[in-house]
Design a protein around this ligand. Structure first.
Ligand code: 5RP
Length: 221
């Protein structure tokens, strides 16, 4: 599996061209893209990057990729990131690694959003993977109840017996909505709840999804 992730992520990182500003995704697949980009920087590629999490920021520093902020950059040329599920219309569930908010901000600011996954992430309909929703800590139980009124069962994500806290100081509620018929209206309904910061449905955002397959091939959706 690691080899499949590495191959597809490196193929995406090979597409980055000199002078580009690149969004660095988060997770075990995005890791390989960051690593490859770092190798290319050492070989002379001139890029700047914005990371979608403190973990990916640390990787960028480790691999020698120059970082910039949104104060210096308004548009990114390309973002390479993983996903937890991908449907045939390229809608995604993201946030398994807890970085959905920064991932969505960076993807939305990118001319091209390239998603790299192994073929276990492809589904006919989103929703087997619980949808991560980032909520502010104040009133989080009230926000949980309001979310559940939309028709899900939810639980706070935990880490070491405490609520998991995102890079932005918020909690994550993992929400089981069952199979999701219409991602976009659901994403809007969730984000209309006071206390919700954002959710892991990325509807109509990916420009291309590269799928690494067990036989070594890469399918481009
Ligand atoms: C992090 C994410 C990741 O991209 C997603 O969880 C996929 O991760 P991995 O490549 O490790 O399976 O959305 O918030």
């Amino acid at each position: 599996m690691e080899e499949i992730k590495r191959r597809v992520a490196e193929a995406a990182a090979e597409q980055v061209k000199d002078g580009m500003t690149v969004g660095l995704g988060t997770g075990s697949t995005a890791y390989w893209a960051i690593r490859k980009l770092g190798e290319r920087v050492k070989e002379g590629l001139n890029v700047k990057a914005i990371a979608t999490s403190s973990r990916s920021e640390s990787l960028a520093v480790e691999f020698g990729i120059p970082l910039v902020t949104f104060a210096e950059t308004d548009v990114l040329d390309v973002t390479i990131d993983g996903a937890d599920e991908v449907d045939p219309a390229l809608n995604l569930i993201k946030g398994g690694g807890g970085a959905l908010l920064r991932e969505k901000i960076v993807a939305a600011a990118s001319r091209r959003f390239v998603v790299v996954v192994d073929d276990t992430k492809r589904v006919d309909r989103l929703g087997a993977f619980p949808l991560p929703v980032e909520v502010v800590t104040f009133g989080a139980e009230a926000t949980k109840r309001a979310l559940e009124s939309l028709g899900c069962a939810s639980r706070f994500r935990m880490a070491d017996k405490c609520e998991y806290v995102t890079d932005n100081g918020n909690f994550i509620l993992d929400c089981d909505f069952g199979l999701i018929r219409e991602p976009e209206p659901l994403a809007q309904a969730i984000n209309a709840i006071p206390g919700v910061v954002d959710n892991g449905l990325f509807a109509n955002m990916a420009h291309v999804v590269m799928v690494g397959c067990g036989d070594g091939s890469i399918v481009v959706m």
